[in-house]
Ligand binder design. Structure first.
Ligand code: PEP
Ligand code: MN
Length: 651
């Protein structure tokens, strides 16, 4: 049973409850969350929940009806996110683990790690103790294999996962392994499960060759009951009468497990199908079915592999598959997890205030979408007073990926324009990418100029190029030249670049004035925007937990509400209760849940309150209360704080 304790429970009462449960032969696990503390009590004998409910300090008792307890959804409502040295599995992420079936040599595993990392894997796999069907087949490199696997992982910033076949090997593995894999053949080796669970480390538990979902969850229960909280279930195909594939990949297990358990679920398409060209389609199918990630065999030279060569992908195939997953993930409301480049090789590890780049930590790097002269680039320059180096990328998603993989510490994303409204793509991105947070915001005044090549004049111009927003924002000016053709481009700076490259006096671009010097153009007229009160608000993002904003006066939170009268009203009432300004409320459809919406609320402290050291406290309290309603299964759900930050106006 799950015992939810009262907030602020006295230590004495807590001790009494624990003693009572233990006397009744129950094992007690304490799970302390930010908002509430629970006791998970499991054991052979049943106990009347009412006896526990009346103990002082108990808020409520939830009995568990399944044979597996700690693995069940009833035990833990929220999805477990396993954190392996910063690499997360679970939540809205797709995390891909790749590497050869077996570690064969130093060169082989180094090359595998390089290829895996290059294509976007976040963890490295490789067996050192191989459970082979034949005793004459390659049995693995053993201890030496574990060591070089670790060396390769470290060289490319990838935590490592390897199979454990016997508890005897724990001493040889303990210093090197991040995630222990329990193979299909050992899923019901209960003595091994108990020993591995007791290590308290993350475990990938593969489904047994002919195990039912319930048997599989009972195996997970062994691990959880023995001491680890971090179990990742891995569907790798089961035995059926079908011979065309090595096993039959049971993808229906994913949605079934999702309702039965809180544990993350990954899929191994390699051992399921057994032939490499069938791996990518099944990998994509697994993601579409809701898997939290994949574990895939990839070998620098599959023909030379000592085991499972036929099902190992070529590095190029793996790369292509990763690109396809990148495209598919947003369709199911997820984002591909990125590896953080090891700190030592990063240009700018930054902590402290976002507004004050610290000299000791090197130059600040901030990614943006667009080319030289883009408004986002100006926002970066002005926000950091020319002290930051702006990293140009192709699109918004690349901005986020640059932040996630460490190419840039920060990213600058436009979120709304005062004339044109919200940039929905970025609202959706903020919800989808769970490993980024907002660490600052900046409002930039947008002033457009008409730029053209030297020698051009308003009289020579026949066509004007710009981003659709640029054209729309200058419609009054453009209406004076009805004979000009309007041609849309990807970005305003792209329009300037295009006009410059053409050298043609009949072409002009609407872009920021700074593009004149960048692209050797002349400004025919500046300040041509119809409404001078034209502002774009950008948010500054960083990898979650990397940057702490010391004196926040703004927050962005996302949440959804139950479909019942007054639900949104009660959520927003919390802001009023804590004296906060609700400055923006946006709603977006939740993917896969027709007619349900996710709300984005921006809140700020009213004028004059922002200067005190405890300024963020009110915001934190309101958000904590919101989170509490969520935890208690109230009208507000899915609360996530996208960021607590300072906002700056550059007008
Ligand atoms: C493996 O991952 O190399 C392996 C042996 O897997 P399974 O236990 O699923 O057969
Ligand atoms: Mn294998």
């Amino acid at each position: 049973m799950v015992i939810v304790l009262e907030k602020g429970i006295r230590e004495e009462d807590k001790r009494r409850i624990r003693t009572f449960l233990e006397k009744n032969s129950l094992r007690v696990n304490e799970i302390a969350g930010d908002e509430e503390t629970i006791f998970g009590a499991v054991g052979k004998v049943g106990i009347d929940p009412r006896e526990v409910e009346i103990l002082p300090g108990v808020q409520r008792v939830i009995p568990i009806s399944k044979p597996y307890k700690m693995a069940s959804r009833e035990f833990k409502r929220d999805n477990t996110v396993v954190n392996v040295r910063g690499v997360k599995i679970g939540g809205n992420r797709v995390s891909v683990i790749a590497g050869p079936c077996a570690v064969e040599s130093r060169e082989q595993i180094m090359e595998s790690a390089a290829k895996a990392a290059e294509s976007g894997a976040v963890m490295l796999r490789g067996g050192a103790y191989k459970p082979r069907t034949s005793p004459y087949a390659f049995q693995g490199m053993g201890e030496e294999g574990v060591k070089i696997l670790r060396e390769a992982g470290d060289a490319y910033g990838l935590p490592v996962v390897t199979e454990i076949v016997s508890a005897e090997h724990i001493p040889a593995m303990i210093d090197y392994v991040d995630v222990y894999q329990i193979g299909a053949r050992n899923m019901q080796n209960f003595e091994l499960l108990k020993k591995v669970g007791a290590l308290g480390r993350p475990v990938i538990l593969k489904r047994g060759l002919s195990a039912t979902i319930e048997e599989w969850l009972m195996a997970a229960e062994y691990l959880l009951a023995s001491g680890t909280e971090d179990v990742i279930l891995c569907e790798r195909g089961i035995r059926t009468y079908e011979k065309a594939t090595r096993n039959t990949l049971d993808l229906s297990a994913i949605p079934i497990l999702r309702s039965l358990t809180h544990l993350p679920i990954i899929v191994d398409p390699s051992h399921a199908v057994g032939v490499r060209d069938k791996v990518p389609p099944m990998a994509l199918a697994a993601i579409a079915a809701g898997a939290d990630g994949l574990i895939v065999e990839m070998h620098p030279c599959p023909e030379c592999a000592l085991s499972d060569g036929a099902q190992s992908l070529y590095p190029e195939q793996f790369e292509k598959m990763m690109r396809d997953i990148e495209v598919l993930a947003p369709v199911v409301g997820k984002a591909v997890s990125r590896r953080a480049v090891p700190k030592a090789s990063q240009a700018a590890p930054v902590t402290g205030k976002t507004t004050e780049p610290s000299a000791a930590s090197g130059p600040v790097t901030c990614a943006y979408s667009g080319g030289r002269g883009a408004y986002a680039e100006q926002a970066i320059k002005r926000y950091w007073d020319d002290e930051a180096s702006a990293v140009a990328t192709a699109n918004f998603r690349e901005v986020i990926n640059s932040v996630l993989d460490g190419r840039a510490t920060y990213g600058m994303l436009p979120i709304e324009n005062s004339l044109a409204g919200s940039v929905y793509e970025n609202y959706d991105n903020l919800a989808r990418y769970e490993d980024i947070e907002i660490v600052g915001a900046v409002t930039l005044r947008i002033e457009h100029s008409l730029l053209a090549c030297k020698g051009a004049s308003l009289e020579t111009v026949e066509a004007v190029y710009s981003h659709p927003q640029g054209l729309a924002q200058c419609d009054e000016f453009l209406s004076k030249f009805p004979h000009w053709r309007h041609i849309e481009t990807e970005s305003t700076s792209g329009a300037a670049e295009l006009v410059s490259a053409s050298g043609d006096a009949t072409k002009a671009a609407i872009a920021s004035e700074v593009n004149a010097s960048i692209y050797r153009l002349e400004s025919l007229k500046s300040g041509i925007e119809t409404n001078p009160r034209n502002y774009t608000r950008f948010v500054i993002i960083a990898r979650s937990g990397e940057v702490r904003c010391e004196n926040p006066n703004h927050a962005t939170v996302i949440f959804s509400v139950n479909n019942e009268p007054g639900a949104l009203h009660s959520a927003l009432g919390l802001f009023m209760k804590h004296g906060l300004n609700l400055t923006k409320l946006e709603s977006r459809p939740i993917q896969g849940e027709p007619w349900r919406y996710r709300f984005y609320a921006n809140v700020s402290l009213p004028e004059g309150v922002g200067s005190s050291v405890v300024s963020g406290e009110r915001i934190r309290q309101a958000l904590a209360e919101m989170g509490k309603i969520d935890q208690d299964n109230g009208v507000v759900q899915g609360v996530r704080i996208l960021g607590l930050y300072n906002s700056k106006e550059i007008l």
